[in-house]
Design a protein. Structure first.
Length: 428
Protein backbone atom coordinates (compact mmCIF):
# COMPACT_ATOMS: atom_id res chain seq x y z
CA UNK A 1 0.00 0.00 0.00
CA UNK A 2 1.41 3.35 -1.06
CA UNK A 3 1.08 6.28 1.28
CA UNK A 4 1.96 9.96 0.80
CA UNK A 5 3.70 10.76 4.07
CA UNK A 6 4.64 14.25 2.85
CA UNK A 7 1.02 15.22 2.13
CA UNK A 8 -0.19 14.41 5.63
CA UNK A 9 2.89 16.04 7.17
CA UNK A 10 2.35 19.25 5.20
CA UNK A 11 -1.26 19.50 6.42
CA UNK A 12 -0.20 19.57 10.07
CA UNK A 13 -0.25 23.19 11.25
CA UNK A 14 1.50 22.32 14.53
CA UNK A 15 -1.42 23.63 16.59
CA UNK A 16 -0.51 21.34 19.50
CA UNK A 17 -4.04 20.16 20.35
CA UNK A 18 -2.87 16.58 19.93
CA UNK A 19 -0.02 16.75 22.44
CA UNK A 20 -2.13 16.89 25.58
CA UNK A 21 -4.04 13.71 24.63
CA UNK A 22 -1.10 11.71 23.22
CA UNK A 23 -0.53 8.48 25.16
CA UNK A 24 3.22 8.23 24.61
CA UNK A 25 3.80 11.95 25.24
CA UNK A 26 1.93 11.56 28.52
CA UNK A 27 4.60 9.06 29.55
CA UNK A 28 7.88 10.50 28.26
CA UNK A 29 7.05 14.21 27.57
CA UNK A 30 9.23 14.01 24.46
CA UNK A 31 7.82 16.04 21.59
CA UNK A 32 9.76 13.90 19.10
CA UNK A 33 7.26 11.14 19.88
CA UNK A 34 4.23 13.42 19.92
CA UNK A 35 1.83 13.31 16.94
CA UNK A 36 3.23 16.45 15.34
CA UNK A 37 6.73 15.13 15.96
CA UNK A 38 5.80 11.92 14.16
CA UNK A 39 4.31 13.89 11.27
CA UNK A 40 7.37 16.11 10.97
CA UNK A 41 9.64 13.06 10.79
CA UNK A 42 7.34 11.37 8.28
CA UNK A 43 7.55 14.44 6.05
CA UNK A 44 11.36 14.44 6.30
CA UNK A 45 11.36 10.73 5.42
CA UNK A 46 9.26 11.38 2.32
CA UNK A 47 11.57 14.21 1.23
CA UNK A 48 14.58 11.93 1.57
CA UNK A 49 16.02 13.94 4.44
CA UNK A 50 15.64 11.15 7.01
CA UNK A 51 16.94 7.60 6.84
CA UNK A 52 14.99 4.77 8.45
CA UNK A 53 17.73 3.78 10.86
CA UNK A 54 17.36 2.06 14.23
CA UNK A 55 16.78 5.34 16.05
CA UNK A 56 13.89 6.24 13.73
CA UNK A 57 12.57 2.68 14.01
CA UNK A 58 12.53 3.07 17.78
CA UNK A 59 10.60 6.35 17.52
CA UNK A 60 7.89 5.05 15.20
CA UNK A 61 7.46 1.89 17.24
CA UNK A 62 6.75 4.03 20.32
CA UNK A 63 3.31 5.08 19.09
CA UNK A 64 0.38 3.28 20.77
CA UNK A 65 -1.84 3.84 17.68
CA UNK A 66 -4.55 4.96 20.11
CA UNK A 67 -5.94 7.55 17.60
CA UNK A 68 -6.33 10.20 20.33
CA UNK A 69 -4.56 12.64 18.02
CA UNK A 70 -6.89 11.87 15.12
CA UNK A 71 -9.88 12.37 17.41
CA UNK A 72 -8.92 15.95 18.35
CA UNK A 73 -7.12 17.04 15.15
CA UNK A 74 -8.93 19.95 13.43
CA UNK A 75 -7.88 18.44 10.10
CA UNK A 76 -8.66 14.83 11.10
CA UNK A 77 -5.18 13.80 9.97
CA UNK A 78 -4.70 10.04 10.16
CA UNK A 79 -1.39 9.94 11.99
CA UNK A 80 -2.11 6.34 12.99
CA UNK A 81 -2.50 5.19 9.37
CA UNK A 82 0.71 6.99 8.39
CA UNK A 83 2.65 5.27 11.17
CA UNK A 84 1.13 1.88 10.29
CA UNK A 85 2.40 2.40 6.75
CA UNK A 86 5.90 3.49 7.73
CA UNK A 87 6.08 0.40 9.94
CA UNK A 88 5.75 -1.63 6.75
CA UNK A 89 8.82 0.14 5.38
CA UNK A 90 10.59 -0.56 8.66
CA UNK A 91 9.58 -4.24 8.53
CA UNK A 92 10.80 -4.49 4.93
CA UNK A 93 14.19 -3.02 5.91
CA UNK A 94 14.84 -4.62 9.29
CA UNK A 95 12.64 -7.69 9.07
CA UNK A 96 10.22 -8.92 11.71
CA UNK A 97 11.43 -10.57 14.91
CA UNK A 98 11.29 -14.38 14.81
CA UNK A 99 8.76 -14.76 17.64
CA UNK A 100 6.38 -12.32 15.93
CA UNK A 101 6.72 -14.29 12.70
CA UNK A 102 5.88 -17.48 14.57
CA UNK A 103 2.83 -15.86 16.21
CA UNK A 104 1.60 -14.42 12.91
CA UNK A 105 2.06 -17.77 11.17
CA UNK A 106 -0.12 -19.50 13.76
CA UNK A 107 -2.74 -16.75 13.50
CA UNK A 108 -2.87 -17.42 9.76
CA UNK A 109 -3.40 -21.17 10.17
CA UNK A 110 -6.52 -21.75 12.27
CA UNK A 111 -6.43 -25.58 12.29
CA UNK A 112 -2.85 -25.69 13.54
CA UNK A 113 -3.58 -22.91 16.02
CA UNK A 114 -6.44 -25.01 17.41
CA UNK A 115 -3.99 -27.86 18.00
CA UNK A 116 -1.39 -25.50 19.47
CA UNK A 117 -4.00 -24.02 21.82
CA UNK A 118 -4.97 -27.48 23.06
CA UNK A 119 -1.33 -28.35 23.66
CA UNK A 120 -0.86 -24.99 25.32
CA UNK A 121 -3.69 -25.76 27.72
CA UNK A 122 -2.05 -29.08 28.67
CA UNK A 123 1.52 -27.77 29.01
CA UNK A 124 1.03 -24.16 30.09
CA UNK A 125 1.61 -25.04 33.75
CA UNK A 126 5.20 -26.06 32.85
CA UNK A 127 6.27 -22.50 32.18
CA UNK A 128 3.59 -20.59 34.07
CA UNK A 129 2.05 -20.46 37.51
CA UNK A 130 -1.68 -21.06 37.07
CA UNK A 131 -4.06 -19.08 39.30
CA UNK A 132 -7.38 -20.90 39.12
CA UNK A 133 -10.56 -19.22 40.39
CA UNK A 134 -8.62 -16.04 41.05
CA UNK A 135 -10.19 -12.58 40.87
CA UNK A 136 -9.26 -12.31 37.20
CA UNK A 137 -10.53 -15.78 36.26
CA UNK A 138 -8.10 -18.48 35.17
CA UNK A 139 -4.84 -16.55 34.84
CA UNK A 140 -1.14 -17.26 34.84
CA UNK A 141 2.25 -15.63 35.34
CA UNK A 142 5.71 -16.71 34.16
CA UNK A 143 7.74 -18.92 36.46
CA UNK A 144 11.04 -17.46 35.23
CA UNK A 145 12.04 -13.90 34.37
CA UNK A 146 12.92 -13.57 30.68
CA UNK A 147 13.45 -10.37 28.63
CA UNK A 148 10.11 -10.52 26.82
CA UNK A 149 7.99 -11.88 29.66
CA UNK A 150 8.25 -10.37 33.13
CA UNK A 151 7.27 -12.48 36.13
CA UNK A 152 4.98 -9.69 37.33
CA UNK A 153 2.75 -10.00 34.26
CA UNK A 154 -0.69 -11.56 34.52
CA UNK A 155 -1.89 -13.31 31.36
CA UNK A 156 -5.08 -15.22 30.53
CA UNK A 157 -4.74 -19.00 30.34
CA UNK A 158 -5.62 -20.93 27.22
CA UNK A 159 -9.07 -22.50 27.48
CA UNK A 160 -9.40 -26.27 27.51
CA UNK A 161 -11.55 -26.02 24.40
CA UNK A 162 -11.89 -23.06 22.06
CA UNK A 163 -15.21 -21.24 21.86
CA UNK A 164 -15.90 -22.20 18.25
CA UNK A 165 -15.00 -25.85 18.85
CA UNK A 166 -17.43 -25.91 21.78
CA UNK A 167 -20.50 -25.25 19.63
CA UNK A 168 -22.07 -26.37 16.34
CA UNK A 169 -21.63 -24.29 13.20
CA UNK A 170 -25.16 -22.94 13.54
CA UNK A 171 -27.01 -22.21 16.78
CA UNK A 172 -30.74 -22.41 16.05
CA UNK A 173 -32.76 -20.39 18.55
CA UNK A 174 -35.97 -20.80 16.58
CA UNK A 175 -36.00 -17.21 15.44
CA UNK A 176 -36.67 -15.51 12.12
CA UNK A 177 -33.46 -13.48 12.36
CA UNK A 178 -29.87 -14.70 12.09
CA UNK A 179 -26.55 -12.99 12.75
CA UNK A 180 -23.00 -14.03 12.00
CA UNK A 181 -20.56 -14.00 14.94
CA UNK A 182 -16.92 -12.99 14.47
CA UNK A 183 -15.41 -13.93 17.81
CA UNK A 184 -11.76 -12.86 17.45
CA UNK A 185 -8.69 -14.89 18.40
CA UNK A 186 -8.52 -13.94 22.09
CA UNK A 187 -12.24 -14.51 22.53
CA UNK A 188 -11.93 -17.87 20.83
CA UNK A 189 -8.96 -19.22 22.76
CA UNK A 190 -8.79 -17.37 26.09
CA UNK A 191 -11.81 -15.24 26.99
CA UNK A 192 -14.43 -17.76 25.85
CA UNK A 193 -17.06 -16.38 28.25
CA UNK A 194 -17.49 -13.42 25.88
CA UNK A 195 -18.77 -15.66 23.11
CA UNK A 196 -20.92 -17.54 25.62
CA UNK A 197 -22.43 -14.20 26.59
CA UNK A 198 -23.33 -13.43 22.97
CA UNK A 199 -25.00 -16.84 22.63
CA UNK A 200 -26.91 -16.29 25.87
CA UNK A 201 -28.18 -12.91 24.69
CA UNK A 202 -29.18 -14.29 21.29
CA UNK A 203 -31.03 -17.20 22.91
CA UNK A 204 -32.97 -14.70 25.04
CA UNK A 205 -33.76 -12.61 21.94
CA UNK A 206 -34.61 -15.60 19.75
CA UNK A 207 -31.90 -14.74 17.22
CA UNK A 208 -30.07 -17.56 15.45
CA UNK A 209 -26.26 -17.46 15.30
CA UNK A 210 -23.94 -18.59 12.51
CA UNK A 211 -20.54 -19.05 14.15
CA UNK A 212 -18.75 -18.40 10.84
CA UNK A 213 -16.20 -21.09 11.63
CA UNK A 214 -14.08 -20.41 8.54
CA UNK A 215 -13.28 -16.88 9.76
CA UNK A 216 -9.60 -15.94 9.74
CA UNK A 217 -7.76 -13.66 12.16
CA UNK A 218 -8.75 -10.07 11.41
CA UNK A 219 -5.09 -9.22 10.79
CA UNK A 220 -4.78 -6.39 13.33
CA UNK A 221 -1.60 -7.74 15.04
CA UNK A 222 0.12 -7.98 11.65
CA UNK A 223 -1.18 -4.59 10.49
CA UNK A 224 0.16 -2.76 13.52
CA UNK A 225 3.53 -4.48 13.06
CA UNK A 226 3.96 -3.81 9.33
CA UNK A 227 3.51 -7.40 8.08
CA UNK A 228 1.32 -6.33 5.15
CA UNK A 229 1.51 -9.58 3.15
CA UNK A 230 -0.20 -11.41 5.99
CA UNK A 231 -2.73 -8.57 6.31
CA UNK A 232 -3.61 -8.76 2.63
CA UNK A 233 -4.12 -12.52 2.84
CA UNK A 234 -6.36 -12.26 5.92
CA UNK A 235 -8.30 -9.24 4.66
CA UNK A 236 -9.09 -10.70 1.24
CA UNK A 237 -10.09 -14.03 2.73
CA UNK A 238 -12.38 -12.43 5.30
CA UNK A 239 -14.00 -9.95 2.90
CA UNK A 240 -14.82 -12.75 0.47
CA UNK A 241 -16.08 -14.97 3.30
CA UNK A 242 -18.17 -12.17 4.79
CA UNK A 243 -19.79 -11.52 1.41
CA UNK A 244 -21.02 -15.13 1.33
CA UNK A 245 -22.11 -15.08 4.97
CA UNK A 246 -24.07 -11.85 4.49
CA UNK A 247 -26.22 -13.56 1.88
CA UNK A 248 -27.87 -15.48 4.72
CA UNK A 249 -27.45 -13.30 7.85
CA UNK A 250 -28.63 -9.76 8.55
CA UNK A 251 -25.41 -8.61 10.19
CA UNK A 252 -22.00 -9.70 11.45
CA UNK A 253 -21.60 -9.00 15.16
CA UNK A 254 -18.18 -8.63 16.80
CA UNK A 255 -17.77 -8.35 20.61
CA UNK A 256 -14.18 -7.09 20.19
CA UNK A 257 -13.40 -3.43 19.45
CA UNK A 258 -10.01 -4.05 17.83
CA UNK A 259 -11.31 -6.79 15.51
CA UNK A 260 -14.38 -4.75 14.64
CA UNK A 261 -12.36 -1.62 13.84
CA UNK A 262 -9.94 -3.67 11.74
CA UNK A 263 -12.55 -5.28 9.50
CA UNK A 264 -14.90 -2.31 9.44
CA UNK A 265 -12.43 0.58 9.10
CA UNK A 266 -8.85 -0.51 8.55
CA UNK A 267 -9.57 -2.89 5.66
CA UNK A 268 -10.84 0.16 3.76
CA UNK A 269 -7.65 2.08 4.59
CA UNK A 270 -5.49 -0.91 3.71
CA UNK A 271 -7.02 -1.30 0.23
CA UNK A 272 -6.52 2.38 -0.66
CA UNK A 273 -4.58 1.41 -3.80
CA UNK A 274 -6.89 -1.44 -4.81
CA UNK A 275 -10.29 0.10 -5.55
CA UNK A 276 -12.01 -3.20 -6.31
CA UNK A 277 -11.17 -4.69 -2.92
CA UNK A 278 -11.74 -1.37 -1.20
CA UNK A 279 -15.29 -1.17 -2.56
CA UNK A 280 -15.94 -4.75 -1.49
CA UNK A 281 -14.61 -3.95 2.00
CA UNK A 282 -16.80 -0.83 2.18
CA UNK A 283 -19.91 -2.79 1.24
CA UNK A 284 -19.20 -5.47 3.83
CA UNK A 285 -18.45 -2.87 6.52
CA UNK A 286 -22.03 -1.57 6.33
CA UNK A 287 -23.23 -4.78 7.97
CA UNK A 288 -20.58 -5.09 10.68
CA UNK A 289 -21.36 -3.98 14.24
CA UNK A 290 -19.80 -4.07 17.67
CA UNK A 291 -21.94 -6.39 19.77
CA UNK A 292 -23.37 -3.77 22.15
CA UNK A 293 -24.02 -1.46 19.19
CA UNK A 294 -26.05 -4.12 17.39
CA UNK A 295 -28.01 -5.29 20.42
CA UNK A 296 -28.82 -1.71 21.44
CA UNK A 297 -29.86 -0.45 18.01
CA UNK A 298 -31.61 -3.45 16.46
CA UNK A 299 -33.11 -5.52 19.29
CA UNK A 300 -35.29 -5.07 22.37
CA UNK A 301 -32.50 -6.20 24.72
CA UNK A 302 -32.66 -2.91 26.62
CA UNK A 303 -36.34 -3.52 27.38
CA UNK A 304 -35.68 -7.09 28.51
CA UNK A 305 -32.84 -6.01 30.81
CA UNK A 306 -35.02 -3.30 32.33
CA UNK A 307 -37.32 -6.03 33.66
CA UNK A 308 -34.47 -7.90 35.33
CA UNK A 309 -33.84 -5.59 38.26
CA UNK A 310 -30.61 -4.19 39.67
CA UNK A 311 -27.33 -5.89 40.51
CA UNK A 312 -25.41 -4.97 43.65
CA UNK A 313 -22.27 -4.58 41.50
CA UNK A 314 -21.19 -1.04 40.59
CA UNK A 315 -19.38 -0.62 37.27
CA UNK A 316 -17.14 1.95 35.60
CA UNK A 317 -16.66 1.99 31.83
CA UNK A 318 -13.39 2.16 29.92
CA UNK A 319 -13.79 3.22 26.28
CA UNK A 320 -11.47 1.15 24.06
CA UNK A 321 -9.67 3.32 21.50
CA UNK A 322 -10.97 1.18 18.65
CA UNK A 323 -14.56 1.46 19.92
CA UNK A 324 -15.12 5.11 20.77
CA UNK A 325 -12.60 6.96 18.66
CA UNK A 326 -12.69 4.78 15.56
CA UNK A 327 -16.33 3.59 15.55
CA UNK A 328 -18.11 6.12 17.72
CA UNK A 329 -19.42 3.40 20.05
CA UNK A 330 -19.52 4.27 23.74
CA UNK A 331 -23.09 5.26 24.58
CA UNK A 332 -24.50 1.87 23.62
CA UNK A 333 -22.72 -0.31 26.22
CA UNK A 334 -23.54 2.24 28.92
CA UNK A 335 -27.23 2.32 27.94
CA UNK A 336 -27.48 -1.46 28.21
CA UNK A 337 -25.44 -1.79 31.40
CA UNK A 338 -27.32 1.07 33.12
CA UNK A 339 -30.48 -1.06 33.18
CA UNK A 340 -28.93 -3.36 35.78
CA UNK A 341 -25.75 -1.75 37.11
CA UNK A 342 -24.93 1.55 38.73
CA UNK A 343 -22.34 3.20 36.49
CA UNK A 344 -19.68 5.35 38.14
CA UNK A 345 -17.71 7.28 35.51
CA UNK A 346 -13.96 7.62 35.93
CA UNK A 347 -12.10 10.87 35.29
CA UNK A 348 -11.22 10.07 31.67
CA UNK A 349 -12.81 6.86 30.32
CA UNK A 350 -11.47 7.74 26.86
CA UNK A 351 -7.80 7.57 27.94
CA UNK A 352 -5.88 4.72 26.29
CA UNK A 353 -5.19 1.77 28.61
CA UNK A 354 -1.81 1.18 26.96
CA UNK A 355 -2.12 -2.19 25.21
CA UNK A 356 -0.65 -0.80 21.99
CA UNK A 357 -0.17 -4.02 20.00
CA UNK A 358 2.38 -6.83 19.82
CA UNK A 359 5.48 -4.62 19.73
CA UNK A 360 4.36 -2.55 22.69
CA UNK A 361 3.54 -5.71 24.66
CA UNK A 362 6.94 -7.26 23.95
CA UNK A 363 9.79 -4.91 23.02
CA UNK A 364 8.33 -1.85 24.76
CA UNK A 365 6.50 -3.35 27.69
CA UNK A 366 7.80 -0.64 30.05
CA UNK A 367 5.78 1.95 28.07
CA UNK A 368 2.67 -0.23 28.10
CA UNK A 369 3.12 -0.78 31.83
CA UNK A 370 3.42 2.96 32.49
CA UNK A 371 0.26 3.74 30.49
CA UNK A 372 -1.60 1.01 32.36
CA UNK A 373 -0.65 2.41 35.76
CA UNK A 374 -1.89 5.87 34.73
CA UNK A 375 -5.24 4.28 33.96
CA UNK A 376 -5.23 2.36 37.24
CA UNK A 377 -4.96 5.64 39.17
CA UNK A 378 -8.26 6.77 37.63
CA UNK A 379 -9.91 3.41 38.23
CA UNK A 380 -9.00 3.40 41.93
CA UNK A 381 -10.74 6.75 42.42
CA UNK A 382 -14.10 5.32 41.31
CA UNK A 383 -14.23 2.90 44.25
CA UNK A 384 -15.96 0.18 42.17
CA UNK A 385 -14.99 -3.46 41.73
CA UNK A 386 -15.58 -3.86 37.98
CA UNK A 387 -14.41 -1.96 34.91
CA UNK A 388 -16.18 -2.78 31.64
CA UNK A 389 -14.43 -2.74 28.25
CA UNK A 390 -15.62 -4.28 24.98
CA UNK A 391 -12.16 -5.36 23.91
CA UNK A 392 -10.09 -8.39 24.93
CA UNK A 393 -6.83 -6.50 24.42
CA UNK A 394 -8.01 -3.86 26.90
CA UNK A 395 -9.24 -6.61 29.22
CA UNK A 396 -5.84 -8.29 29.27
CA UNK A 397 -3.99 -4.98 29.65
CA UNK A 398 -6.23 -3.61 32.41
CA UNK A 399 -6.29 -6.84 34.40
CA UNK A 400 -2.50 -6.93 34.28
CA UNK A 401 -2.30 -3.25 35.33
CA UNK A 402 -4.77 -3.82 38.19
CA UNK A 403 -2.81 -6.90 39.27
CA UNK A 404 0.47 -4.96 39.34
CA UNK A 405 -1.19 -2.04 41.14
CA UNK A 406 -2.74 -4.46 43.67
CA UNK A 407 -6.19 -2.96 43.11
CA UNK A 408 -9.30 -4.91 44.09
CA UNK A 409 -10.95 -4.58 40.69
CA UNK A 410 -11.22 -6.58 37.48
CA UNK A 411 -12.02 -5.89 33.82
CA UNK A 412 -15.03 -7.59 32.25
CA UNK A 413 -16.52 -7.31 28.76
CA UNK A 414 -20.01 -5.68 28.86
CA UNK A 415 -21.35 -8.72 27.01
CA UNK A 416 -20.22 -10.87 29.95
CA UNK A 417 -21.93 -8.52 32.41
CA UNK A 418 -25.16 -8.66 30.44
CA UNK A 419 -24.90 -12.44 30.32
CA UNK A 420 -24.58 -12.49 34.12
CA UNK A 421 -27.82 -10.52 34.40
CA UNK A 422 -29.66 -12.97 32.16
CA UNK A 423 -28.43 -15.79 34.40
CA UNK A 424 -29.48 -14.20 37.70
CA UNK A 425 -32.78 -13.51 39.40
CA UNK A 426 -32.30 -9.89 40.39
CA UNK A 427 -34.72 -7.96 42.55
CA UNK A 428 -36.88 -5.59 40.53
Amino acid sequence: MKFDFKAISDKCVKCGKCIQVCTIYGINSDEVTSPRGFLDLLGAYKRGELELDKDVKNIFESCFLCTNCVDVCPGSLHTDTAIENVRKDIADKFGITWYKKVAFWFLGHRTILDLAARMGYVFQSCGFKIQKDAKFGNSMSARLEIPLLKKERLLPTASKKSFMNSHPDFVDNGGERTIGLFIGCMGNYAYTSIGEGVLKICKTLGINVDLMKKQACCGAPMYFTGEFKAVEKAAKFNVEYFEKILEKVEAIVIPEATCSAMVKMDYIHFFEDDKEWQERAKKVSQKIYLATEYFYKFTNLEEILAKKGFSDIDVTCHDPCHARKMQGVYKEPRALLAKNYKIVEMQDPNKCCGFGGVTMQSNKYELSRAAGQQKVHMLKETGVKVVSAECSACKMQLNNALHIGEVDMKCVNPIELIGMVLDENLEK
